[in-house]
Design a protein around this ligand. Structure first.
Ligand code: NAP
Length: 248
């Protein structure tokens, strides 16, 4: 029997990278998986089929996590079709990297809306379902950049630091209802997001990682599986780094 049997998970931004890795891991462990994406329709259809091959229910929704009303109607539909949301993974995220002297308001607000508002939008609209069933695990994907900052990523770092404060607050608010809320802070994980970086930037990162390699999506998904499952039943309000000791 899988670790997530009889649970429904909602994962934002899962057509590629870390979100996709989490969706596959959760389906392998028996969860019904609902995932969202913004633009990648074909990748979503492929993922839906792959998840179903594990014998679970799976459905992809084109839904902008940054849009409150879209999140509201998404959660209503998921609860109607799947009965409840047991696990929420707020994963959708973007970067618009540039130094503050060059950063325009659009680059600032795009990142805050997609990375931080989205966490509020989906948590707000799924928490009542969790309160009703008196169980739930919320996992918010932050970044080690949210703890230590990063030149050229002030918008991204602010959004990720905001996620940490939000996660700890929610853990305190709803702990009495048996709902846990934690944040996962990846370091440098090989995905399309990090593929965009120049070779010299990637090399500099590699030198600063004590484990001397980049992480992979499965390694982040494994930590999310732990937090989603009953194996972490007394873990809440924490930030768990998955970074090869990059933050030491
Ligand atoms: P990625 O490869 O760029 O994938 C991002 C996913 O999010 C895509 O499926 C994308 O779907 C979706 N998405 C983007 N904006 C969305 C929106 N507004 N609504 C719904 N879905 C949206 O990114 P990743 O590297 O896997 O990163 C995933 C998360 O981990 C992010 O929160 C990121 O900040 C965090 N993180 C990553 C790293 C790393 O090294 N990779 C490190 C620390 C933290 P579409 O393609 O359809 O738009």
């Amino acid at each position: 029997m899988g670790l997530l049997e009889n649970k429904t998970a909602l994962i934002s931004g899962a057509t590629r990278g870390i979100g996709r890795g989490i969706a596959i891991k959760f389906a392998q462990e028996g969860a019904n998986v609902v995932f969202t994406y913004r633009s990648s329709v074909e990748k979503a259809q492929t993922l839906e089929e792959e998840l179903k091959s594990f014998g679970v229910q799976a459905k992809g929704y084109q839904s902008d996590a940054a849009d409150f009303e879209a999140a509201e109607s998404l959660c209503k539909e998921v609860i109607k079709e799947f009965g409840a949301i047991d696990i929420l993974v707020n994963n959708a995220g973007i970067t618009r990297d540039t130094l503050i002297v060059r950063m325009n308001e659009q680059q600032w607000s795009d990142v805050i809306q997609t990375n931080l508002n989205s966490v509020f939008n989906l948590t707000k609209n799924s928490i009542r379902s969790m309160m009703k069933t008196r169980k739930g695990s919320i996992i918010n994907i932050t970044s080690i950049v949210g703890m230590r900052g990063n030149a050229g990523q002030s918008n991204y770092a602010a959004s990720k630091a905001g996620i940490i404060g939000f996660s700890k607050s929610i853990a305190q608010e709803v702990g009495s209802r048996n709902i846990r809320c934690n944040a996962v802070a990846p370091g440098f994980i090989a995905t399309e997001m990090t593929d965009e970086l120049k070779d010299e930037v990637r090399d500099a990162y590699l030198k600063s990682i004590p484990l001397k390699r980049f992480g992979n999506v499965e390694e982040v998904a494994d930590v999310c599986l732990f937090l989603a499952s009953d194996m972490s039943s007394y873990v809440s309000g924490q930030v768990i780094s998955v970074c090869g000791a990059m933050n030491c």
